[in-house]
Design a protein around this ligand. Structure first.
Ligand SMILES: [Zn+2]
Ligand SMILES: [Zn+2]
Length: 241
């Protein structure tokens, strides 16, 4: 479903009211829609098949995600069947030559024989859903960056639970060219981090004092919010390896 910038802007302002990074929340929402659209509509388009094949299927996270998408099994079977056919065509092109021994191995020749064989199995394109996800994400990141001086956005940001997660904060900051805008954003966001750090400190102290969870205030789930606001929501970013 194509979404215009003004709809996204309104959604973003609203998403600040949730107890999560608004960019993460909307990227996840759009990703779910993209998965459903992929399985229900885009699956019949040649372009989709070409992209799917070029990516050798979907990335690990999205591949497991489509298991939960509407319309599942047949669509997945069709896409993966043609992906396997094209993979096997490329496998047939792999002709490892000779054995690397002695001096060649010393020069790293052994590695390059295996490398060129493995390279034939590499995808030639990105994961179809990652491409869509990056597009959606950069559009929300842009909206925040372009409206840093907008009072409505600033108010929503200030009223939010923890602002924008650290990875998304970095993305927004990278787009800012005006030093004043960088100061403004950093000031609003840093206030959120100060608040969270104080809550974590209180939580740690209360644990040391054996205060039961039921008697804790907002600090009770500060450790969960620390995960959320420093690492981003689950499934938005991957492993670092
Ligand atoms: Zn985020
Ligand atoms: Zn992906």
């Amino acid at each position: 479903m194509p979404m215009n910038e003004s709809t996204r802007h309104v959604d973003l302002l609203r998403a600040f009211a949730k107890s999560a990074c608004p960019i993460c929340a909307l990227v996840l929402r759009d990703m779910q829609q993209d998965m459903d659209t992929l399985m229900l509509e885009r699956i019949n388009k040649v372009e989709t098949h070409l992209m799917f094949r070029a990516g050798r299927g979907l990335c690990n996270a999205h591949a497991w995600g489509v298991m939960r998408a509407k319309g599942g099994s047949l669509g997945i079977a069709v896409m993966y069947e043609s992906t396997l056919l094209s993979l096997m065509k490329d496998v047939a092109k792999v002709k490892p030559m000779g054995t690397a021994s002695g001096f060649r191995r010393f020069l790293g020749g052994g590695k390059s024989v295996g490398d060129s064989a493995a390279n034939q199995l590499e995808p030639t394109g990105d994961c179809l859903l990652c491409t869509l996800m990056n597009k959606n994400e950069s559009s929300y990141v842009n909206i925040v960056a372009e409206n840093v001086h907008d009072s409505q956005l600033q108010q929503a940001y200030r009223d939010s639970d923890g602002g924008v997660c650290l990875p998304h904060s970095r993305m927004v900051i990278r787009l800012l060219k005006n030093p004043d805008d960088i100061h403004t954003l950093m000031d609003i966001q840093t206030a959120k981090w100060h608040e969270l750090q104080a809550e974590l400190q209180l939580f740690i102290q209360e644990n040391e004092d054996n205060v039961p969870q039921s008697e804790m205030g907002k600090e009770g789930d500060s450790w969960q919010r620390a995960i959320r606001y420093l690492s981003g929501e689950k499934d938005v970013f991957g492993y670092r390896r």
